[in-house]
Design a protein around this ligand. Structure first.
Ligand code: SF4
Length: 361
């Protein structure tokens, strides 16, 4: 991003409330000091019930099961090869035996009062026993400086999601703020294709339930902009505006965080060449035309738009040879992903189908 004269993630992070106050003192440090973090991001395990197209065996146990059943994708990089887990010695460690989880529980009381952000990711945290234990722990230990943030796919069984919200409701009295981040990259059948196992209607129900439970909080839709986002993105943005409106009615703030998918390379929009530029430009125009205004509080902020603008500015052109490899990998992946998920990409993504039909791979 910086090479493309754009604002990088480290710029945004360094400006955040949990980093900015420490800039001066950090400059005085040698790098040898022991410091308690002000921001901690935590992933207990990789248990997850979804099999998102671009996710990996490192992050989703459902994809581990997939890889055990079907093997790796036969792409040039042997995508989601189960051997990788063995190499990193991650294959068979249960959460109960995981030394890092044990160390975390020992460490938490030591750092807790200095923490300004505790963010839990996964896998899917709502399925993790240690996450549940963490909710109980925070319920007992007030920290009024803490932003407690949770990333979820919002697609766990209803009972589990409701229990989570019940606990979150109690926790928010103990901390400065709670924040829930839902992952969603586009809308409709395209969204359900991209994230195998997702029930979009159920996810929306859960997002709306969250509006009613958390108070004066931020709810974020995390969008990883990928090849499946492109064809239905306008509908996605229109629906995000509607969700923003409903969040406001309940005293909350919903925002959209867009990041760009780089890996796996064949699901990045880069393979679309000029088409992707035009599509991103259209979306930026939509965000401008629906910008946040005093009379349009459910509009999009400059910060939301900048994320997409910097993606546009940093896009690189693939060389002819590279493009051939990527297109071939895309074709291999889609054929196999369709077989595994029992779906068909062609009617949902005519642009991709057309691209593959016309290419000489
Ligand atoms: S919900 Fe998250 S962890 Fe689970 S498969 Fe999707 S991207 Fe991976």
């Amino acid at each position: 991003m910086e090479d493309a004269h754009q604002l990088s993630d480290r710029y945004f992070k360094s400006k955040s409330f949990w980093a900015k106050p420490f800039q001066e003192s950090i400059l005085q440090m040698s790098g040898e000091e022991n410091v308690n973090p002000s921001y901690l991001e935590l992933a207990f395990e990789n248990s997850c019930n979804l099999r998102c197209s671009y996710c990996s065996v490192f992050s989703s146990s459902a994809l581990v099961a997939d890889a055990q059943k079907f093997g790796a994708y036969k792409t040039s990089d042997n995508f989601n090869n189960i051997e990788q887990l063995g190499q990193l010695n991650k294959e068979k460690i249960s959460p109960e035996d995981n030394p890092y989880i044990k160390a975390f529980w020992k460490w938490l009381p030591e750092i807790y009062s200095d923490l300004m952000v505790l963010r839990v990711t996964g896998g899917e945290p709502l399925l993790h026993k240690d996450f549940d234990q963490l909710l109980n722990w925070i319920k007992q230990k007030p920290n009024k400086n803490l932003l407690f943030s949770v990333n979820t796919n919002g697609s766990v069984p209803t009972e589990k999601f409701d229990t989570f919200l019940e606990k979150l409701k109690l926790i928010q009295q103990n901390v400065k703020r709670v924040e829930v981040n839902f992952s969603l990259d586009t809308w409709g059948a395209q969204a359900e294709y991209a994230r195998a196992g997702l029930d979009l209607n159920q996810l929306i129900i859960n997002i709306k339930k969250t509006f009613k439970v958390v108070r004066f909080s931020k709810i974020i839709i995390l969008c990883t902009y990928n090849i499946f986002s492109v064809e239905n993105f306008d509908e996605f943005l229109t629906n995000i505006m509607q969700l923003k409106k409903e969040a406001l009615k309940n005293g909350n703030w919903l925002s959209l965080g867009i990041s760009f998918l780089h890996y796996p390379h064949f699901l990045s929009t880069e393979v679309l060449g000029e088409i992707q530029r035009d599509k991103i430009k259209d979306s930026i125009l939509f965000l401008k035309q629906n910008r946040l205004m005093p009379w349009r509080l459910n509009g999009f902020s400059k910060n939301e738009r900048v994320k997409l603008e910097r993606i546009l500015a940093s896009l690189q052109q693939l060389t002819q040879d590279r493009r051939k490899v990527v297109l071939k990998d895309l074709q291999i992946f889609l054929t196999e992903y369709d077989r595994r998920s029992g779906k068909s990409y062609k009617p949902l993504f005519p642009m991709i189908a057309d691209l593959l039909d016309k290419s000489t791979i």
